[in-house]
Design a protein around this ligand. Structure first.
Ligand SMILES: CC(=O)N[C@H]1[C@@H](OP(=O)(O)OP(=O)(O)OC[C@H]2O[C@@H](n3ccc(=O)[nH]c3=O)[C@H](O)[C@@H]2O)O[C@H](CO)[C@@H](O)[C@@H]1O[C@H](C)C(=O)N[C@@H](C)C(=O)N[C@H](CCC(=O)O)C(=O)O
Ligand SMILES: Nc1ncnc2c1ncn2[C@@H]1O[C@H](COP(=O)(O)OP(=O)(O)OP(=O)(O)O)[C@@H](O)[C@H]1O
Ligand SMILES: N[C@H](CCC[C@H](N)C(=O)O)C(=O)O
Ligand SMILES: [Mg+2]
Length: 484
């Protein structure tokens, strides 16, 4: 593509060199650049991308998008105020603005995004609509599965995935939209048709200064949508977002269990094997059953139903698909133990998620709840004591262990968790080695007990220091039970 076309509609401060040159690829990481490429220089949180220009030249870059005054003869330099913002525009131009044509459904909120996007994909495909998926576990384009390293990719990867979807006749896409991605302009040029809000609770307060700012980041999604916004009215953050968007032209559909909303669940029954409720919508009522347990499952299914309602998906299709789902990997996933106790792997890594999961287990446990959990390093520290308190409050026994310590010392993370724990009680212990912790929990379990292993869900790695080693909670449990 001609560089001149690529930079169309950008706010440019200065151009040095020719823009009548061909650009075959674009990237923001010098390590991934190809011949004839444009290198987008980003001033990051730890490194300055402008420092890698000579590496980029070695790789074959011919043009540079910069924020600093740099010029090297024989190359083209385009200066803008904000390269991250410009990158989103360039990425969309490079792939011929795919989201103009795609039915892009964005899901945001602290918890439930992965679950909801997977369920949306299932329902739409049940309705014979090929659907792409972007999110924490994986990105899916037809038969192709691309591993995710983040919940929401950078704009360059994102726009490339959308283009590939359209080229494969995939016209719908369910996508997780993290607050980081909204704040760091990864989704700036995405034309979302629908936006779904799940809930807002304590998380990522290392990145966002406070809960209000965290909410405002998420709120941006609902100002970008063109066909509909779907809001959880039982959630305080949801109520505030509703107030801020109620005068926009985009239709809003609300859902709730307690508040008055368009889409509601009544007569809710929660079992160890799933949930059942009576669905009430402005046009129809029907019974909904789904094999994912927990009150939070009612909310997740209501969000999916509200979207399908707006998209005019037949109600029978919605009900059948939700009833036949296999659930989502590492989300309240029960491991078949053939013992008298059960083991559940769950991705709860926030106080709210942990509380929900433990409350759900409490509703059906016959014996004790034994919980294994830790907190991620280099992430929000404020959630640590809260999770310690919640685990002790709802479990009969807690084993505090390591999650992904990253560059922090595991024992220091545990110290933060212990601030919320009554350390005079004997209903907890600390075992830093996660495998040993899981082993002890399973050994302790007796008939009727439930072992909850929280925090890592689908993850098949542990990040210790800068190393990513193989580690899979599910595999460890199966090994202990002699199933592998
Ligand atoms: C806080 C955050 O989001 N950081 C992102 C940010 O990193 P950064 O600004 O610190 O980048 P940097 O390391 O300083 O490097 C600056 C620039 O130099 C470039 N570089 C660097 C080295 C080199 O040799 N050559 C080179 O060109 C880098 O590619 C980058 O463009 O920009 C990078 C490149 O665009 C991202 O990869 C990186 O995400 C990191 C991996 C991350 O962990 N992000 C997490 C916190 C995140 O985004 N999480 C959300 C929410 C999770 C959820 O709740 O679901 C998510 O969407 O996943
Ligand atoms: N609607 C919900 N409300 C509260 N907790 C939930 C809800 N849905 C799921 N959870 C809990 O949160 C955990 C994470 O769920 P899920 O992966 O769907 O969320 P997410 O928003 O994608 O998280 P992430 O931001 O890490 O990508 C689940 O394992 C479960 O414990
Ligand atoms: N999307 C979340 C995932 C956290 C998962 C948990 N296992 C951890 O590593 O803290 C994050 O990047 O903060
Ligand atoms: Mg997710």
């Amino acid at each position: 593509m001609l560089l001149n076309d690529l930079i169309k509609d950008l706010d440019i401060i200065d151009i040095k060199g020719s823009v009548e040159i061909n650009i075959d690829d674009i990237n923001y990481d010098s390590r991934k650049l190809k011949e004839n490429s444009l290198f987008i220089c980003i001033k990051g949180f730890s490194l300055n991308g402008h420092k890698f220009i000579s590496n980029a030249i070695e790789k074959g870059s011919v043009a540079f998008l910069v924020e600093e005054d740099i010029y090297i003869k024989g190359y083209t330099f385009i200066k803008v105020e904000d390269t991250r913002k410009a990158m989103a525009k360039i990425a969309s131009n490079f792939y011929n603005n795919p989201t103009k044509k795609l039915n892009l459904i964005g899901v945001t909120g602290t918890n439930g995004k992965t679950t909801i996007t997977h369920l949306i994909k299932e329902v739409l495909e049940y309705n014979n609509q090929k659907t792409g998926l972007i999110g924490t576990i994986k990105n899916v384009i037809g038969n192709e599965e691309i591993a995710s390293s983040r919940t929401t990719p950078e704009s360059v990867e994102l726009q490339g995935y959308f283009r590939e979807m359209l080229d494969k006749n995939i016209n719908d896409c369910a996508m997780e939209v993290s607050s980081h991605s909204l704040e760091l302009k990864r989704v700036d040029e995405c034309e979302f048709k629908f936006g779904i809000f799940t809930n807002l609770t304590e998380e990522h307060l290392d990145f966002h200064t406070d809960l209000d700012e965290y909410r405002r980041a998420k709120e941006k999604l609902f100002h970008k949508t063109t066909r509909g916004n779907i809001i959880n009215l039982d959630d305080d953050g949801g109520k505030k977002i509703y107030e801020s968007i109620k005068n926009l032209k985009t239709p809003i559909i609300t859902y709730a269990i307690e508040a008055e909303a368009d889409i509601m669940a009544k007569d809710i029954k929660i079992y160890s094997s799933g949930i059942e409720y009576k669905l009430i919508t402005p046009k129809y009522q029907m019974n909904i059953k789904t094999p994912i347990p927990g009150r939070f499952s009612v909310y997740n299914s209501l969000a999916v139903i509200a979207l399908c309602y707006l998209m005019d998906i037949p109600k029978e299709t919605i009900a059948e698909s939700l009833q036949n789902t296999n659930g989502v990997s590492g989300r309240f996933e029960s491991i078949d133990t053939e013992e008298g106790f059960s083991v559940i792997i769950d991705y709860a890594h926030t106080p709210d998620a942990l509380e929900n999961v433990l409350k759900t287990a409490k509703e059906f446990v016959k014996g004790n709840i034994i919980t294994v959990f830790g907190c991620g390093g280099d992430r929000d520290k404020t959630k640590r004591p809260l999770m310690g308190k919640i685990s002790q409050q709802y479990s009969d026994y807690t084993i505090i262990t390591s999650d992904n310590p990253r560059t922090e010392i595991p024992g220091d993370i545990v110290k933060d968790i212990l601030i919320g724990v009554d350390t005079n009680s004997s209903n907890y212990e600390v075992i830093l080695d996660r495998k040993e912790a899981i082993h002890n929990a399973v050994d302790k379990a007796e008939d009727g007990d439930v072992v909850i292993i929280a925090g890592k869900g689908h993850e098949n790695y542990q990040i210790i220091g800068k190393d990513k080693i193989h580690f899979d909670d599910k595999e460890v449990v199966k090994e202990i039970l002699g199933k592998e």
